[in-house]
Design a protein around this ligand. Structure first.
Ligand SMILES: *[C@@H]1O[C@H](CO)[C@@H](O)[C@H](O)[C@H]1NC(C)=O
Ligand SMILES: *[C@@H]1O[C@H](CO)[C@@H](O)[C@H](O)[C@H]1NC(C)=O
Ligand SMILES: *[C@@H]1O[C@H](CO)[C@@H](O)[C@H](O)[C@H]1NC(C)=O
Ligand SMILES: *[C@@H]1O[C@H](CO)[C@@H](O)[C@H](O)[C@H]1NC(C)=O
Ligand SMILES: *[C@@H]1O[C@H](CO)[C@@H](O)[C@H](O)[C@H]1NC(C)=O
Length: 428
């Protein structure tokens, strides 16, 4: 029976795959005969025809085969825009398989990546909408890889955003999938990109440098780079206009929407979570394993500025969305205080407060934010599984500055064009 069901499905695929053989009329007729509703092409799943064809109902009553969708990306500098795209992709199917483009392919197509493959995989696997990951995916979906996706990974649709994705030779990277009729598009809704973030890091560095230059500080190791930056990049990497428009709906979409169950052991961890990276994912995972519900406090921009002496690269709402997108996180306090108070512990029924061994806050400890949980005996230091910090990620970008400058100028042009032509986005 299974084979019959799949046979009919294949038949349709063939119709879509080879429209020149069947012609559009045939596809429509075929669709009508089997009683396909628009839901089929809308990707809801394999349709049940028992309603129209009661005698065939037995064939179709079986459980629907889950729709498997594929989306790929470089995911270099993970941000909530990626997370949202993957959330949208997941909503077009049941199982989301994500291809993470290999380092070599990124170098060839865009310039050196900031994050290693291992770090990018941790970030992608850490997203709550991702079910499976394919490491070292190609940048363009060539015929061979497309067949691997369809045959080995049983992918039904390949998904991509509506931003243009051109190969160096100017052809559409998703052309093949489109011609095969197994391409679906999602609207790119978030006004943030890796390019934008790189620009922000460089401008914050420039701001820091202006303060430093009065003192001619020799300890400022990137001084020379920054001078070049000031001389060479007027508006190519100027202070970025953030396109981010946080809405309450996006926060709801990213949330689990559930509180702790009765008797749940609530674990609390706080931090800035700026430039959300693999180290964050791993520490959140470790923290989650110590209880049943992970509550994350994200410091406000003001607290980060006061404690670190510089503004965070990502704003509070951006940082909160990145944390919320992580599968180990149950709830986020958007703008948590620096010190853990008795009131918070009581309000959220916090059983354990944890802090990682690797943290940018460790330098600035004039007052210990964990005095109260320590006095209550519910504080625990946990070993950070990775030693990356937001500052070390920012430093890598600066160290590769020249390469990024080239990459940024090219990308920024096409992004500016995208925003200039951008239209109203409906739905998600
Ligand atoms: C220069 O540095 C010294 C000590 O390193 C500090 O006392 C002074 O305030 C700094 N001056 C400026 C203008 O930043
Ligand atoms: C800056 O560059 C000059 C030469 O261009 C070099 O002599 C100097 O050591 C550099 N300073 C730093 C802090 O790298
Ligand atoms: C910087 O921008 C100003 C005006 O926007 C322009 O006159 C100047 O030539 C630019 N400098 C460089 C180095 O691009
Ligand atoms: C508070 O957390 C403890 C577990 O640490 C749990 O036993 C208790 O039921 C929780 N209280 C409420 C009101 O949920
Ligand atoms: C971080 O860990 C890597 C390897 O795990 C090591 O090579 C590197 O020196 C460490 N960096 C710091 C700052 O501890």
């Amino acid at each position: 029976m299974n084979s019959v069901e799949f046979y009919s499905v294949h038949w349709i695929w063939n119709g879509v795959l080879y429209p020149q053989l069947f012609g559009l009329g045939w596809i429509m007729i075929a669709a009508a005969i089997i009683g396909l509703s628009t839901g089929y092409f809308g990707g809801i799943g394999i349709p049940c025809c028992s309603y129209y064809w009661p005698d065939l109902g037995i064939l179709c009553k079986r459980r629907k085969r889950p729709v498997r969708v594929y989306m790929d990306g470089c995911f270099d500098l993970m941000h909530y825009g990626h997370a949202n795209a993957l959330r949208q992709a997941k909503s077009l199917g049941d199982i989301l398989v994500v291809g993470v483009v290999s380092d070599e392919e990124i170098v060839a197509n865009k310039g050196p990546p900031v994050l290693s493959m291992e770090e990018r995989l941790i970030l992608v696997r850490g997203l709550k909408w991702v079910d499976e990951v394919i490491a070292n995916a190609p940048y363009d979906i060539n015929e061979k890889f497309m067949n691997t996706l369809f045959n080995d990974y049983k992918i039904d649709y390949i998904i991509h955003g509506d931003d243009p994705c051109l190969l160096p030779d100017g052809t559409d990277a998703y052309g093949l999938a489109k011609r095969a009729g197994r391409y679906k598009q999602i609207k790119r809704t978030e006004g943030v990109s890796s390019t934008d973030i790189v620009g922000r890091i460089l401008s914050s560095l420039r701001a820091a440098d202006v303060d430093m230059s009065q003192n001619n500080s020799a300890s400022y190791q990137h001084h020379n780079n920054t001078e070049k930056l000031q001389a060479g990049t007027n508006h190519t990497i100027g202070p970025q206009l953030s396109h981010f428009l946080p809405t309450s709906r996006r926060i709801v979409q990213f949330s689990n929407g559930k509180g702790p169950k009765p008797d749940a052991r609530v674990v609390y961890i706080d931090g800035a979570f700026d430039l959300f990276h693999a180290g964050h994912v791993e520490i959140l995972k470790s923290a989650r394993q110590l209880g049943d519900f992970l509550l994350v406090g994200v410091y406000s921009d003001q607290i980060v500025s006061e404690r670190r002496g510089s503004h965070p690269i990502m704003h509070l709402h951006e940082r909160s969305l990145s944390v919320l997108a992580c599968r180990y996180v149950d709830e986020v306090i958007i703008g948590a205080p620096w010190g853990v108070t008795k009131d918070m512990i009581a309000t959220f029924n916090i059983s354990l407060v944890v802090h990682g061994t690797i943290s940018e806050n460790n330098h600035h400890c004039e007052f210990d934010p964990y005095t109260i949980p320590k006095s209550m005996g519910i504080f625990q230091m946990i070993t950070s599984p990775m030693n990356i910090t937001s500052a070390s990620v920012a430093r890598r970008i600066i160290d590769n500055y020249e390469a990024y400058k080239k990459r940024n100028m090219k990308k920024k042009e096409s992004e500016d064009r995208y925003y200039a032509e951008k239209k109203f986005v409906t739905g998600d």
